[in-house]
Design a protein around this ligand. Structure first.
Ligand SMILES: *Cc1c(COP(=O)(O)O)cnc(C)c1O
Length: 193
């Protein structure tokens, strides 16, 4: 289940102080029962939250919708169970669009995150995956840092957005990735071209 719904009452209380809205997207293969069950649980959580916190699930996730999401949201939330996040490319795409991440320190975010500068971490970098501790930290970060910055200090929030582009977008891109593959993996030893 999604970490953000670990404690619905806590989430409701956070959204009372400063309004939040959650946008989900993703597809499950017709025979992927586990994946379909996850979507059903998001829909159920959305119903139980009602007007306290609008939750939408966007259907037909594909490149067109992904482009709108990666560039149009305020914060990119990613909560994988460590160490199962292979990469987390969507967070990199968000960073290129000036969207900071609020994410578990796994995949690219373990390298790319600078606390309060390019976004916010969830949980401890060195600790093993711990749903309860990570949920507590996620709620604390939302309540104490992310929502207050967004609502009360918009210029400071814009600075985090700029840093996401400058520090993350400039590094976590396909240009740098391809160059590293060529230089470190594909180029025959001892030859420069
Ligand atoms: C970026 C992207 C993905 C992969 O996202 P991850 O965060 O790496 O899981 C999947 N589907 C679409 C349409 C995308 O644009």
């Amino acid at each position: 289940m999604f970490l953000i719904f670990a404690d619905v009452e806590r989430l409701r209380a956070i959204a009372r102080a400063r309004p939040l809205q959650l946008v989900f997207a993703g597809k499950a293969h017709p025979r992927d029962e586990g994946g379909k069950e996850i979507i059903r649980r998001v829909v159920a959580a959305a119903r139980s939250l009602g007007d306290a916190l609008p939750v939408v699930y966007l259907e037909e996730h594909g490149v067109t919708l992904a482009k709108l999401l990666c560039s149009g949201v305020d914060v990119w939330l990613n909560t994988p169970r460590k160490p199962l996040e292979a990469s987390g490319t969507s967070g990199m795409k968000a960073a290129l669009n000036g969207v900071p991440s609020l994410s578990v320190l796994d995949g690219w975010w373990a390298e790319g995150h600078i606390e309060g500068v390019t976004g916010w971490s969830i949980g401890d970098a060195s600790a093993a995956s711990d749903d309860a501790a990570e949920a507590t930290d996620l709620y604390a970060k939302l309540e104490r840092f992310v929502a207050p910055l967004y609502y009360d200090r918009p210029f400071a929030f814009a600075e985090v957005m700029r840093s996401a582009v400058a520090l993350n977008g400039s590094f976590f891109n396909a240009q740098r990735m391809l160059e590293q593959y060529v230089q470190n993996a594909y180029r025959p030893t001892g030859r420069t071209r």
